[in-house]
Write a protein that binds this ligand. Structure first.
Ligand code: PMP
Length: 286
């Protein structure tokens, strides 16, 4: 069965959704995106994704072509038309068709290109990896310095992931000036003596929507949170570690550059945060 996707106001079979070769997203990676999880047919953290979308567009001077309510309606229609119970919806907005390849932006009235599509990912909340944890390698963070803008310029993140796979591991943590920035597509945390340590928000990392929710829940559960830089050595000596993202939720990390954390099994803080995050997010899903 062909999936139904959204393109500039139309709902089409995926094979009929066509974008110009001159689209700025295609030739310049001049586009931003959001990925929202769906649990039980409902959207997780949707207002947070809308707020970050608006910010990413604003930072790049791309006009936001739709109202939040229109994005919500489109997300719901894609969930409905594609029968998604547990899965994801991807949303991308580019600066539109520039009519040619040019470093100069196209005229202000050029309509942005809006694409949305979803997919089923049965059992995402019961991912067996959460029981065993993941293993990461570290790599130098050579990305540009506006990582707070969620652009589709993901080549290095993709290469980092491939390098982790080639090393027989699951993912890569990126390191700059001796400190961990974030994972290839997630935010990174360590736990030491009960304190949850994660890099503070800046242009160096993506402002994770899952990060914001998890830190809020940790605070409400009276856990200690320290937003500060941490080194790879500190991470290797941590009691536990984990990552967060809209697709992985809270995922324990049990090995960093070959060093096993604790007893090599997911730690209690990561397990508890995953449980709280899933419970609370389901309750607040729309
Ligand atoms: N950092 C990076 C580099 C990412 O790509 C992502 C996920 N897209 C995240 C962090 C996590 O963000 P979120 O919790 O909003 O999915």
């Amino acid at each position: 069965m062909s999936r139904i996707v959204y393109l500039n106001g139309e709902y089409l079979p995926e094979t009929e959704a066509k974008v110009s070769i001159f689209d700025r997203g295609f030739v310049m990676a001049d586009a931003v995106y959001e990925v929202t999880s769906i649990l039980d047919g409902k959207l997780i953290d949707f207002p947070g994704h809308m707020a970050r979308l608006q910010r990413s567009l604003g930072e790049l001077g791309i006009r936001n072509p739709l109202a939040d309510a229109e994005y919500l309606a489109a997300h719901r229609r894609l969930i409905e038309e594609n029968g998604i119970t547990d899965g994801m919806i991807y949303l991308q907005i580019s600066r539109g068709n520039g009519g040619d390849r040019d470093f100069v932006f196209p005229p202000e009235d050029t309509p942005p290109t809006v694409v949305m599509f979803g997919w089923n990912k049965p059992g995402i909340a019961d991912n067996p990896q959460a029981q065993t944890g993941i293993r990461v390698i570290t790599l130098p963070d050579i990305r540009w310095h506006r990582r707070d803008i969620k652009t589709v310029q993901l080549l290095f993140s993709s290469m980092a992931k491939m390098q982790a796979k080639a090393a027989g591991k699951d993912d890569a943590w990126l390191v700059e000036d001796g400190f961990v920035t974030e994972g290839s597509s997630n935010n990174a945390y360590i736990v030491k003596n009960g304190a949850i340590i994660t890099r503070a928000l800046s242009n160096d990392i993506l402002h994770g929507i899952t990060r914001a929710a998890v830190l809020r829940f940790a605070d409400e559960a009276q856990m200690t949170v320290e937003e500060r830089n941490f080194t790879v050595d500190e991470a290797k000596a941590a009691d536990e570690a984990f990552i967060t993202s809209a697709s992985a939720f809270v995922m324990p990390v049990v090995e960093i550059d070959g060093a096993t954390l604790g007893d090599g099994r997911p730690g209690p803080v990561a397990r508890r945060l995953r449980e709280i995050y899933l419970d609370e997010s389901r309750k607040a899903a729309i």
